[in-house]
Design a protein around this ligand. Structure first.
Ligand SMILES: [Zn+2]
Length: 424
């Protein structure tokens, strides 16, 4: 097993050598919708699991090669999670351990699995196992919930010398913005977003009103959409409840109403109307993650059929804990086909989650499209084409997707990229 000196998890490894057995016993969710049912402990740290760039892993549909881009990935660490996120993760460790031990365990697993470039278990390797051609890292500003992965950190990953695959960038980014103390901080926050969006690999804006319990229909945030319009960047809204917050967590009706307005799709309609030139990606389809009778899937479809600037992203709800037999994914992809909206549907998983979860979500999505009789062209749109269109990447003369086959790749582009002098 080859472990280079700059292996970013090296310190973390030495910190907890001997606790690996515990890691293997632990079903620990670290994605935004971490899902114990997705955990496959056999796949964790499999010795042959490091995928070199010359190894072909190609997704096939009806005997055709299909490029796949996952538009929804989270880098990060345990310590940059907010209190609700940390509590969620610690609660999910099914072991009778003192809190401090659990925290160290969570820390080491996050260091290994949520860093983009960790060999064997990092995000890039998980994506390669799934046969992806590229993926998107999200900046996140939700201090109470999943925490803060700021634009500078994500840009650091995008600029990392290892962010190449067969001669092309592997990760792109969606920038985000702090909503804290908006009345006072609006101008600073916007200036920061402006800078982030000027980076050539930052190709969209990711917003998390639900996690910040900020109403979607509050026009005070219109300046964010104006900024997106100026950069011609699509805006991703998390639409649907958060697994970190249930209605019962709010002490009064006013709090519950405010939360409802932060995630239900009906409250984003005014924004869609006021900004017809901004492309909005409605993430998670308005899915009712906590089973609280607030499903917004039909409303999301109504919005997509009414407004041409609406795109639909299909991450998280298709995981085993929400959709064990694929019925939810079948219903949503089936309606997209029935309504003629396949050119708006964009693939994402909300990973990396557990080892193997990125691959599994992709496989479940392909299986659903097979059951529904999608054509090869429709599959190509959902799995990559619509993402390239909504971000405008397909309009850039310099843009190329990495070749699916090593034989089509210049030999120099198959050499591993290193990151000299970069100490984590
Ligand atoms: Zn997410």
């Amino acid at each position: 097993m080859f472990v280079p000196n700059d292996f970013p998890g090296r310190r973390a490894l030495s910190r907890l050598t001997g606790l690996f057995l515990l890691i293997l016993l632990t079903a620990l969710p670290l994605a935004a919708h971490g899902d114990p049912a997705d955990f496959d402990m056999k796949k964790m740290f499999q010795g042959d699991a490091h995928i070199s760039d010359s190894k072909d892993i190609v997704n096939r549909y009806l005997d055709q090669d299909v490029a796949v881009i996952d538009m929804h990935m989270h880098s990060g660490s345990f310590d940059n999670m907010g209190p609700l996120g940390q509590a969620f993760v610690l609660n999910a460790i099914p072991l009778p351990l003192p809190d401090e031990v659990k925290r160290n365990l969570a820390r080491v697993i996050a260091d290994l699995t949520r860093h983009p470039f960790t060999p064997f278990v990092g995000i890039r390797n998980e994506c390669r196992k799934a046969g992806l051609s590229a993926a998107v890292l999200f900046s996140v500003y939700t201090p109470e919930a999943w925490g803060v992965e700021d634009n500078a950190t994500v840009i650091g990953h995008l600029d990392d010398a290892r962010n190449f695959y067969r001669g092309q960038p592997f990760f792109y980014g969606f920038a985000s913005i702090s909503q804290v103390d908006w009345a006072e901080n609006e101008q600073n926050a916007l200036a920061e977003l402006d800078r982030a969006l000027s980076h050539p690999k930052m190709v969209g804006v990711k917003l998390a009103f639900a996690h910040n319990v900020e109403p979607l229909d509050n026009p005070a945030f219109d300046s964010i959409y104006q900024m997106a319009e100026r950069h011609d960047a699509p805006v991703y809204h998390h639409i649907g409840s958060s697994p970190l917050r249930r209605f019962e967590d709010f002490p009064d009706e006013a709090g519950r109403q405010r939360y409802y307005r932060s995630f239900h799709p009906q409250f984003v309609e005014g924004t869609l109307q006021r900004f017809p030139r901004v492309r909005f990606i409605l993430g998670h389809m308005g899915f009712d993650f906590n089973d609280e009778d607030v499903d917004g899937v039909d409303e999301v479809f109504r919005l997509a059929r009414t407004y041409p600037n609406v795109y639909l992203e299909i991450s998280a709800f298709g995981s085993d804990s929400h959709d064990p037999d694929g019925a939810v994914m079948d219903e949503i992809l089936g309606k997209a086909k029935e309504y003629g909206l396949i050119d708006r549907v964009i693939y994402g998983s909300d990973g990396p989650g557990f080892a193997g979860a990125t691959e599994k979500y992709k496989d479940k999505t392909f299986a659903s499209m097979t059951r529904l009789g999608y054509t090869v062209e429709e599959v190509r749109q959902v799995m990559a084409g619509n993402f390239l269109a909504v971000t405008g990447l397909d309009q850039r003369s310099s843009f190329k997707l990495a070749p699916l086959r090593a034989e089509d790749t210049p030999a120099d582009d198959l050499k591993p990229q290193t990151n000299p002098g970069h100490d984590h």
